[in-house]
Design a binder for this molecule. Structure first.
Ligand code: SER
Length: 318
């Protein structure tokens, strides 16, 4: 990994991953790819190159790969689960046509490609507790359909053409930097903003609904470690279950209350998000990731909550 293109560099994962990569690798070698309307600003813009890189524009992408001699692509352009139900064709276009554009370029230019999958790649027929690495994947959402297809297509390009594709199935990601948008797990980010801003939180997910979640620093480490892993040790590629914590709304609420006792929450569930959440695993088994490339999370719910509240308090209470 010497010259990297991050597609979706101003998004929830991209904005932090680009900055972290710029600390590991000379910053000038990490290209922040963005789309119109989501231009990079501040330190993201000033710390390295930035290029318009619309994942649906193959010619534009090929030009950037050529210009910067890119050897690794992080493909982080995606439409999250709830938005994908409202705009299924947009989700298909970004997730699938975007990926095939990148895989074709990777095949020609010999690039490695990371395209995250998700807990959304599973469905109602999947075992929900200790969801195995290799199991039934019959999602009923457009997001899930595209995520399973991305896994299959990435493996296909590896087997057929030797393209170095690797990825992980991210849990819901929680961060204090760039908020997510249009996802089912977003509530676990929004709840911290409400708590720190002194607002009552209206929870769109019902009590008792467990989902895998992960703090962003662990997710970023996973995205880098998998691409740096010894390929001879990888039995799987697209995509590895990774896990660090699983909770329902009541558990995260009570954890926050330990720090902010006056915090209030009530439930007003969103039927679309609830149905999606009900179809996803409660808790994934990530033993293959641990065995094949040494995956190990650092944060649990308590340490994440402490850090989230400290960082958000500093930023929001200025
Ligand atoms: N966070 C995503 C969503 O909720 C799942 O990967 O859509």
């Amino acid at each position: 990994m010497k010259n990297v293109l991050v597609v979706g560099a101003t998004g929830q994962i991209g904005s932090e991953l680009t900055m972290l990569l710029r600390k590991h690798i000379p910053a000038g070698n990490i290209v922040a790819g963005y789309i119109k309307g989501a231009e990079p600003k501040g330190v993201l813009l000033e710390s390295g190159p930035a290029e318009l890189s619309d994942v649906t524009n193959a010619q534009q992408l090929a030009g950037i790969v050529e210009k910067y001699n890119i050897d690794t692509i992080y493909n982080l352009a995606a439409i999250l689960s709830a938005t994908a139900e409202a705009k299924p064709l947009l989700a298909w276009n970004i997730q699938m046509n975007g990926l095939i554009n990148l895989l074709e370029i990777a095949r020609e230019k010999n690039c490695a490609v990371f395209t995250p999958s998700s807990i959304g790649a599973f469905g109602p027929d999947t075992p929900h507790v200790n969801t195995p690495q290799d199991t039934i994947q019959r999602p009923k959402t457009m997001y899930g359909v595209t995520k399973v297809s991305c896994e299959l297509l990435s493996d296909y390009y590896h087997i057929k053409y030797g393209v170095d594709t690797r990825s992980v199935r991210f849990p819901g990601l929680i961060s204090n930097v760039t908020p997510p948008g249009g996802g089912t797990t977003d509530y676990a980010v929004d709840i911290y903003y409400a708590a720190v801003e002194g607002r009552e939180f209206v929870c769109p997910i019902q009590n008792g609904t467990f989902m895998d979640m992960m703090y962003m620093p662990d997710a970023l480490r996973a995205a880098i470690s998998i691409m740096e892993a010894d390929p001879t040790k990888l039995i799987h590629r697209n995509s590895f279950n990774i896990a660090s914590m699983s909770f329902d709304p009541e558990i995260i609420y009570n954890e926050i209350k330990k720090v902010i006792p006056e915090f209030k929450m009530r439930y007003e569930f969103d039927p679309l998000r609830q149905a999606i959440a009900d179809s996803w695993p409660d808790k994934m088994d990530d033993s293959c990731a641990r065995a094949e490339w040494g995956w190990k999370p650092e944060y649990d719910l308590t340490s994440m909550t402490k850090d989230m509240i400290e960082k958000l308090s500093l930023r929001l209470k200025k």
